[in-house]
Design a protein around this ligand. Structure first.
Ligand SMILES: Cc1cc2nc3c(=O)[nH]c(=O)nc-3n(C[C@H](O)[C@H](O)[C@H](O)COP(=O)(O)OP(=O)(O)OC[C@H]3O[C@@H](n4cnc5c(N)ncnc54)[C@H](O)[C@@H]3O)c2cc1C
Length: 457
């Protein structure tokens, strides 16, 4: 057995873990990063990056298909799954190489192998023990399924869906959250018949109801079917098809069933509980500064209850590295973290929904304004509809910004600044938005809430 000593040992090299390692190394700490697979984790290899590459390929397919509508002669001849795979894998490979180079350049020791937490604190990898003055747990998450619903054959998780070499003819997607909606969007653009089954009453049920309803309308127009408010009961598969039955007896038959019902924390069997780390329903419970109950053991990313997003992992990793270094950093609360669903159309939000704001401030204490993208020149040019909804406290700060429409994900940063800085619409309305841009729609909403609408009543 060999003992190694570092200032910081990070268990898990995904978004949360590698961000912590990079920042700690930048601050002069010696760092070991333990990873059993590939640094970059879910986001780089099986999540954000490959799915967004697929969504871009889907957008190009739609553009080619609809080109004649804007006077361009192009013909859409179909999808080449091998070509799409090569494009997607090329992007991931380049980003992976870049990340490996960065980690090396910062002098971080990457330990390849499966780690387990031990007291000390330390992480054991095989016969080697990596002792850290501090240890950060960042082991991420896995695709969950429902009780009795076994993954395999025609029943897929998002990891399997990415590896599919054919475009399914018919697909049922269990779960109308971000992952389900993104795959629905891709497969529809690739020509599949798609049905989403969501037990709650709306698609993207965590978003403001205005966005859910607008997405449902847009998906209906695209021919994406969905069943809302009825729970899944069972799925059976044969050599040719999978049949999905809902609790009300409705059945759907498809080539594949994608199970997209959320992600569970990867914390079992890793020595966490034995070492004294508090676990609740699989998640690591921390205080508001991401300390676990065990001295010098911290947790970041998807294993910490809250939004499971890569950029939340990045900020938590950076935060803990700076906290250890005594820099007294500020942790951005989940409510101020932007969320984007990269479907066609995109859905983006930050802050409180109108319902949440009304609960917090009373219905009379909140004003909401919706600006329809039909009034926005750039949106008209690129052929997208949608809306911008801004929620403010009456005579007070912007509490939430909610957007739907193609490309609106790029606009959410401005919403984040408004919400994070608790800006009043009157303060930000004077800032000018370049014309013609989609960002003008946000400007119009701020102007209207400040009592001086320009292109609206
Ligand atoms: C299909 C899909 C699409 C997504 N799209 C987006 C998106 O567009 N935007 C966004 O913000 N988020 C997206 N996410 C979520 C994002 O991927 C996660 O929030 C993010 O990866 C979480 O980072 P993490 O560091 O907590 O965990 P992970 O990225 O899961 O990394 C954990 C790492 O720990 C390693 N590990 C686990 N156990 C051990 C062990 N015992 N020893 C050694 N190593 C171990 C794993 O191999 C893994 O590399 C998506 C997720 C999926 C599945």
């Amino acid at each position: 057995m060999t003992d190694h000593t570092f200032d910081l040992v990070v268990l898990g090299g995904g978004s949360g873990g590698y961000a912590a390692a990079l920042r700690a190394a930048e601050l002069g700490r010696s760092v070991a990063l333990v990873e059993k697979d590939k640094i970059g984790g879910t986001c780089l290899h099986r999540g954000c990056i490959p799915t967004k590459a697929l969504l871009h390929a889907a957008e190009v397919a739609d553009t080619a298909r609809d080109a004649s509508a804007i006077g361009i002669r192009a013909s859409f001849e179909g999808i080449d799954p091998g070509g799409v795979r090569a494009y997607r894998e090329g992007i991931v490979a380049k980003k992976y190489k870049g990340l490996e180079g960065l980690v090396k350049a910062r002098g971080i020791t990457v330990v390849h192998g499966e780690g387990r937490l031990e007291s000390g604190p330390a992480v054991r990898v095989g016969d080697d023990l990596y002792r850290g003055t501090d240890v950060i747990l960042a082991t991420g998450s896995y695709s969950r399924t429902l009780p009795g619903l076994e993954i395999g054959g025609r029943i897929l998780t998002s990891e399997h869906a990415l590896e599919l070499d054919e475009i399914p003819g018919r697909v049922v997607i269990l779960g109308g959250g971000v992952i389900g909606v993104e795959f629905a969007s891709v497969w529809r653009s690739f020509g599949a018949e798609v049905t989403i089954v969501e037990a709650l009453d709306h698609l993207v049920p965590n978003e403001d109801i205005a966005l859910s309803k607008a997405l449902e309308r847009a998906f209906r127009r695209r021919g994406i079917q969905y069943s809302l408010g009825v729970r899944f009961q069972s799925a059976t598969q044969t050599a040719d098809a999978v049949t999905v039955t809902l609790e009300d007896g409705t059945t759907f038959e498809a080539d594949h069933l994608l199970v997209a019902v959320g992600r569970g924390p990867m914390t079992g069997g890793l020595g966490y509980e034995e070492t004294g780390v508090t676990i609740d329903r699989g998640f690591v419970i921390t205080d508001e500064r991401l300390r676990t109950g065990v001295d010098h053991v911290w947790a970041v990313g998807d294993i910490v209850p809250g939004l499971q997003l890569a950029h939340r992992g990045f900020q938590q990793g950076i935060f803990v590295a700076e906290e250890i270094a005594g820099l007294d950093p500020v942790l951005i609360p989940d409510a101020q973290i932007p969320k984007v669903t990269y479907s066609h159309p995109e859905v983006a939000s930050v802050g409180l929904t109108e319902a949440q704001a009304s609960e917090a401030h009373g219905a009379d204490g909140v004003v909401a304004y919706e600006y329809n993208l039909a009034g926005n020149g750039k949106s008209e040019i690129i052929g997208t509809g949608g809306l911008v909804k801004v929620v403010r406290a009456k005579a007070g700060a912007v509490l939430g910004v909610h957007l739907i429409g193609d490309r609106v994900g790029e606009l959410i940063t401005e919403g984040q600044l408004a919400v994070g800085w608790e800006a009043h619409p009157e303060d930000i309305a004077p800032f000018i938005h370049a014309h013609p841009t989609q960002s003008e729609a946000l400007g119009e909403a701020f102007l209207a809430l400040a009592g001086k609408p320009l292109h609206a009543l």
